[in-house]
Write a protein of this length. Structure first.
Length: 158
């Protein structure tokens, strides 16, 4: 019988390998997972760096370095915030839109390759089990067994 600790170790090992493979394959296409996350957020509209940092749980210095790199690569621009002349907004460029399309395509291909190995019943079971784990984690994070914040996994039918 597998113990919760053994199952947790296996999950973390698979997650770590999957993250390395995904990031490596996406880097080969010119965009990392972190870049794709930021570009996806900016696709919704310009944002202040502080908002991006809070959204992704990055330290302000980390988001500054990432935005510097994205700007150097021509994927984003900094522009004045029309509501606060002291602040700047980060906005996606047309090159950023193109990079995002490449990143999304690479991510979708990888997701299909990995999770396509599961049949429909196994995919449904996995979605249900991941939701259960996410709910357990929410309680650990918030201390509330029924947090008001809705998990992105709630979109998956249980």
């Amino acid at each position: 019988m597998t113990t919760p600790e053994q199952l947790g170790d296996l999950y973390l090992e698979v997650h770590h390998r999957m993250r390395r493979v995904f990031d490596g394959a996406m880097n080969a296409c010119g965009v990392s997972l972190a870049r794709t996350k930021v570009l996806t957020q900016l696709h919704r509209g310009p944002a202040r760096p502080s908002v991006l940092a809070a959204e992704f749980g990055f330290a302000p210095r980390t988001i500054t370095e990432l935005v510097d790199t994205l700007e150097r690569d021509g994927l984003v621009t900094r522009q004045p915030d029309p509501t606060d002349r002291r602040a700047l907004l980060v906005a996606l460029t047309s090159e950023g839109e193109a990079a995002l399309a490449v990143g999304r395509a690479a991510r979708a291909r990888l997701m299909k390759q990995v999770f396509g190995a599961l049949g429909p019943d196994d995919q449904a079971t996995m979605a249900r089990l991941l939701q259960t784990l996410d709910d357990a984690m929410a309680e650990l994070i918030t201390g509330d067994p029924d947090p008001e914040e809705v998990s992105p996994h709630d979109r998956i039918a249980r």
